[in-house]
Design a protein around this ligand. Structure first.
Ligand code: ATP
Ligand code: F1X
Length: 310
């Protein structure tokens, strides 16, 4: 079974308007209320790609209830732990530019965290755990280290799509897959990464430190994959970009859905990039039809040793 874990879900209040001016009253046009948070997006896309999964995490209040109902209607199984706090509302403003306002995550106590640890302790060899999204500072880092250790002990494939100090610590546990974007990769090494050559250099470093698959997503420039055997670049297909929120999560979903079927990292990478781009070209997250339609336009080729920054 594939489990996703979203510590900080959100209800994404998503609105499109022709002009947005900060400091003024802006009247919105189209408004959408999507369940959000990175792990939840991964769950939704996995389901659309035909991969059954269970969404874990913490939800509360009317927003939490809405998220659960929405996921139920889409056929995504959930096993959330209830919080007293209302799940945050994140505001996504789509105008000439994309502006986002993300709220803080929940305050969780030891009982709630233990409940999650218990669920993780029941996973089985061959399962997947995708820990995605921001991790509140109030949770001790040792909690996530223990989660990673549980995965290692049980033979569960641990996938990480988070950032900050937690990511830096957790990569020491040899996760199956991490998917930093260019900026997050730079944060890990305290530098500003400007191109594919530099991204390849640092991705390889992560592989040497024990990460099994490193996918660095680079927005409209595509992505790269580094493993102990492969160093590949994918060019993203061209298309009309509507909404890039969740594009990275879709890449993770596409990779997992494909790898779970064929255990072929190159194929999974191509399918992941197609999924990310298909979301960028959609108002909500991608559908399988859209992914299949863009797949043939994803170009994948090896990065030559001389093209890796030194
Ligand atoms: N403008 C674009 N055109 C085509 N494909 C895109 C575009 N932006 C994103 N993508 C696709 O989505 C993938 C992930 O995008 P990106 O690097 O923006 O992820 P991210 O920063 O993790 O996003 P998020 O956190 O919003 O999910 C890219 O590798 C690419 O395949
Ligand atoms: O605040 P975080 O947890 O870093 O990111 C949360 C978020 O921006 O990520 C998703 C897109 O990737 C959205 O659904 C959600 O609102």
């Amino acid at each position: 079974m594939i489990y996703t874990c979203t510590i900080t879900p959100s209800l994404d209040y998503t609105t499109y308007l022709p002009d947005f001016t900060a400091g003024k009253l802006n009247r919105t046009g189209e408004v959408y209320y999507y369940p959000g948070g990175k792990g939840i997006n991964v769950s939704r896309v996995l389901k659309r790609l035909g991969a059954d999964n269970i969404a874990l995490g913490f939800t509360g209040g009317f927003t939490g209830h809405y998220i659960e109902e929405f996921l139920k209607k889409e056929g995504v199984a959930t096993d959330f732990i209830e919080t007293d706090e209302i799940t945050r509302i994140n505001v996504k403003i789509k105008s000439a530019q994309e502006t986002e306002l993300n709220g803080p995550g929940p305050e969780l106590d030891a009982v709630q965290l233990n409940e999650l640890a218990d669920k993780a302790g029941k996973m089985q060899k061959g399962d997947w755990l995708v820990l995605a999204g921001s991790l509140p500072d109030s949770i001790p880092e040792s909690f996530f280290m223990d989660l990673a250790e549980t995965c290692r002990r049980l033979g569960v494939k641990f996938v990480l799509d988070t950032s900050g100090p937690a990511l830096a610590n957790l990569i020491q546990n040899g996760p199956f897959l991490i998917k930093p974007n260019q900026e997050e990769l730079g944060e890990l090494f305290g530098r500003h990464i400007t191109d594919m050559a530099e991204a390849a250099f640092y991705a390889k470093k992560l592989v040497h430190s024990g990460v099994q698959h490193v996918v660095v997503s680079m927005g409209g420039d595509g992505a790269l994959l580094a493993t102990s055997e492969l160093l590949l670049q994918a060019k993203a297909p061209k298309g009309k970009v509507i909404n890039t929120v969740g594009a990275g999560d879709s890449l993770v979903s596409g990779f997992i859905a494909s790898y779970a079927m064929d255990a072929d990292a190159e194929k999974a990478f191509r399918y992941g990039v197609a999924s990310g781009s298909a979301t960028a070209f959609s108002p909500d997250l991608c559908t399988k039809d859209k992914v299949d339609a863009v797949l043939e336009f994803v170009e994948v080729y090896p990065i030559k040793e001389e093209d890796v920054a030194k």
